[in-house]
Design a protein around this ligand. Sequence first.
Ligand SMILES: [Zn+2]
Ligand SMILES: [Zn+2]
Length: 430
Amino acid sequence: MKISKLKKNVVLKNGTIIDPFNNSEKKGDIHIENGKIKTIGKIAAPKSSEIIDCKNLNITHGFFDLHVHFREPGGEDKEDLNSGSLAALAGGFTGVCTMPNTNPPIDSPESIRYIIDRSEECPINIFPIGAVTKSQKGKEITEMGTMINEGAIAFSDDGVPIGDAKVMQNALEYSSMFDIPIINHAEDECLKCDGVMHMGKVSTNLGLPSSPGITESSMVRRDLEIAVHAGARLHVPHVSSFRSVEHIKALKKKSEKISSEVTAHHLFFTDEDLVSYNTNLKVAPPIRSKKDKKALIEAVKSGTIDCIATDHAPHTIEEKEGTFDIAPFGMIGLESCFGAVNKVLTSNNKISHLELIKLLTVNPRKIMKLNQDLFKEGTNAEIAIYDPNIEWKFSLENIYSKSNNSPYLNRGLKGKIKSTIVKEHIASQF
Ligand SMILES: [Zn+2]
Ligand SMILES: [Zn+2]
């Protein structure tokens, strides 16, 4: 990947411009001047401008991932804000929200400020999510108001579920004053017990400790009920079970403040893939059955699920080399996301290409109340340029993260990012 500064005038020529905000798809050019969108249409390039040939390529908004773990501070051997940014650029992402389960956790105004200051040195836009409770211990609510003033975009104790319903209620009531989402990692720890995969035929065959879908859905139901009661914003992350989908669908009818995400890996894999004992498939919540995967795809189609996230969670080779029951939960996902979801969701016309792009652009930005009209004149250019049809095999050379715990290695994907434009730079892969 080569990253270079944009020239004063850049023209993206002869691409298919997909505008997920205005629901349009047309052939044309985009003129970027001083890093900002100037005009879109048929453009006579100004003298001395850099021309980028986009024939047979699509041009759209830079993707937005509202759920990543960049491990800084404290876990820089796995990832830091810079290396995570490179992984994002390779995947077409120009903005991400970082989860606060670092060491120490991002649970104070000062620590939010640290991420905001550091992100200014990074090549993408980074929005920190603050912890819901101090030290993510699930007891005492953080100073949300002052953290928002420093730049916190949402709150989550992700990695650790908020087990105490009263704490969840307090957090939702407090956050509703600011109309900012709470994101709870919903897995009932008593039901999960020592489970490392989804409970079903496959776990019985493999002889691994497992947990059923209700581990998630019972807590999702609880959170939804409390959020509706409090009139608060709840974003349900990494939905994995069909019963969670049913609950979200039902409670969304009662409140407009409910949103949810699905990860690329819960759409791509099933528990049958775990027969390889590949520890890179060990994630929380676990990859579930075919029935669950089918329900997730249906939920994406119907709009019950609002957006796609990666839950990019780097771990070192040494950690993932342990046996399945002791390896840590999590996989990286930024670099492989588009090729995976494009392959799963647009095959057999499950959803249109425009709908897929919305799941990666306007929908997650809407949840975080960020600008969604990125092709408007004068807007800072945030663009993904990609080939939607190329079939390719994901390999180590496609990984820019410091870690390489990806179950997509040596798997076939469809659609690949060519260039990503953000912060007056262009990152290109050849
Ligand atoms: Zn989580
Ligand atoms: Zn996570």
